[in-house]
Design a protein around this ligand. Structure first.
Ligand code: NDP
Ligand code: 13P
Length: 328
């Protein structure tokens, strides 16, 4: 597998950061963004101010309005936009190519994971999933970051991990695509909950209890969906759950804090909230949990708050009064 050139689809925070990581790894990178002024800014000023502030971008990155053919494709648009973005690409760009899926979310309506969407849209592409504790600003600035890269073929996954690894970006190869995708999607749901705990002033003890019970719930979901709960001990599970559930830098956590302070979803959105993937993923996760008969009281609680069917005090009282049980 030739792995010299990279085409990143999506010029937002994460696409630009992954372009930067790939360039720092020695790859030649094209970055597809759909706004002509943004393309011009990246190519001339070497910045993407809207998404990454004053961060200077690597000279090996070239931005364009159209996606360029490359050895590796990285898809970095929001989870709900992946299908449309893939559908807009020339199928030749994806045929037989490793496609790294970096969105963390489940699709509304279909309930599909990102790699399921890819295989619907480009059945002859080779899916890989990249996830783990990694804020775009950290990756773009070259701060030390480690992630999980999961793929079906161990040799191909290791080769791809090596092609994307740089002095500050360390992908660990793994084989559990399902576990990594579910972990990445669900951690955003739990980050909303943890932010709400902080916003509502419920205390650090409550937040840590929530993280531990979220981990147990996530393990039930991963197992029921055909992944391995062991995957959750790694970067895509424990690593990302810890990061997003404890950091006000997380957009999902920020959204949750606003909920905890009593703002409605509509008011938070109207206030220009940044992308919080957990908002769209929560109802999907709830539907999946119900269809698989997985006990998921935390996902249900977040769904109730987001849908306006219960307030935070009510869902917390409900969680605290569930029948006592053995810890599992
Ligand atoms: N930011 C982060 O720290 C991390 C993000 N992720 C994940 O990466 C995914 C993307 O997030 P992020 O980059 O932060 O989001 P942003 O909101 O920063 O950027 C989203 C980008 O996607 C573009 N876009 C949306 N729809 C399409 C489309 N149909 N075709 C082409 N481009 C499109 C937007 O274009 P436009 O600007 O024109 O609207 C924008 O450039 C999410 O799933 C997120 O969970 C994962 C790890 C870290
Ligand atoms: O996934 C992320 C870090 O690993 C980014 O989290 P947010 O989308 O909540 O900012």
């Amino acid at each position: 597998m030739r792995l010299e050139t990279v085409s990143v689809i999506g010029g937002g925070a994460w696409g630009t950061a992954l372009a930067q990581a790939a360039a720092m790894a020695g790859r030649t990178v094209s970055l597809m963004a759909r706004d002509a002024a943004q393309v011009d800014e990246i190519n001339t000023s070497r910045t993407n101010v809207r998404y990454l502030g004053a961060q200077q971008l690597h000279p090996a990155i070239t931005a364009a309005i159209a996606a360029s053919p490359a050895d590796i494709v990285i898809l970095a648009v929001p989870a709900q936009s992946s299908r449309v973005a893939l559908g807009a690409l020339d199928p030749a760009l994806l045929a037989g190519k490793p496609v790294v899926l970096s969105a963390k979310g489940l699709e509304t309506g279909t309930l599909e994971r990102q790699s399921e969407i890819l295989l619907d849209m480009a059945p002859d592409s080779i899916p890989f999933v990249l996830s783990g504790p990694s804020f775009a600003a950290d990756v773009a600035a070259g701060r030390p970051t480690a992630v999980t890269l999961a793929g079906d073929d161990a040799n191909e996954t290791s080769a791809l991990a090596a092609a994307l690894a740089g002095p500050s970006f360390r992908p660990y190869a793994a084989d559990d695509r399902i576990g990594v995708e579910i972990a990445g999607a669900l951690k955003n749901v739990y980050a909303l909950a943890c932010g709400a705990v902080e916003g509502a002033g419920l205390g650090a003890s409550a937040r840590s209890a929530l993280i531990a019970r979220a981990y147990a719930e996530m393990a039930r979901m991963v197992s029921a969906m055909g992944g391995s709960a062991t995957t959750l001990t790694g970067l895509a599970g424990l690593g990302d759950l810890t990061l997003t559930c404890t950091s006000a830098q997380s957009r999902n956590y920020q959204f949750g804090m606003a909920l905890g302070r009593g703002q409605s979803v509509e008011a938070i959105m109207a206030g220009g909230a940044k992308l919080a993937e957990g908002v769209a993923t929560t109802p999907v996760a709830d539907a999946l949990a119900r269809s698989l008969a997985v006990e998921a009281p935390l996902i249900q609680a977040v769904h109730a708050v987001l849908s306006g069917s219960a307030d935070i005090a009510t869902v917390v009282a409900g969680l605290m009064s569930r029948p006592l049980k053995r810890e599992d």
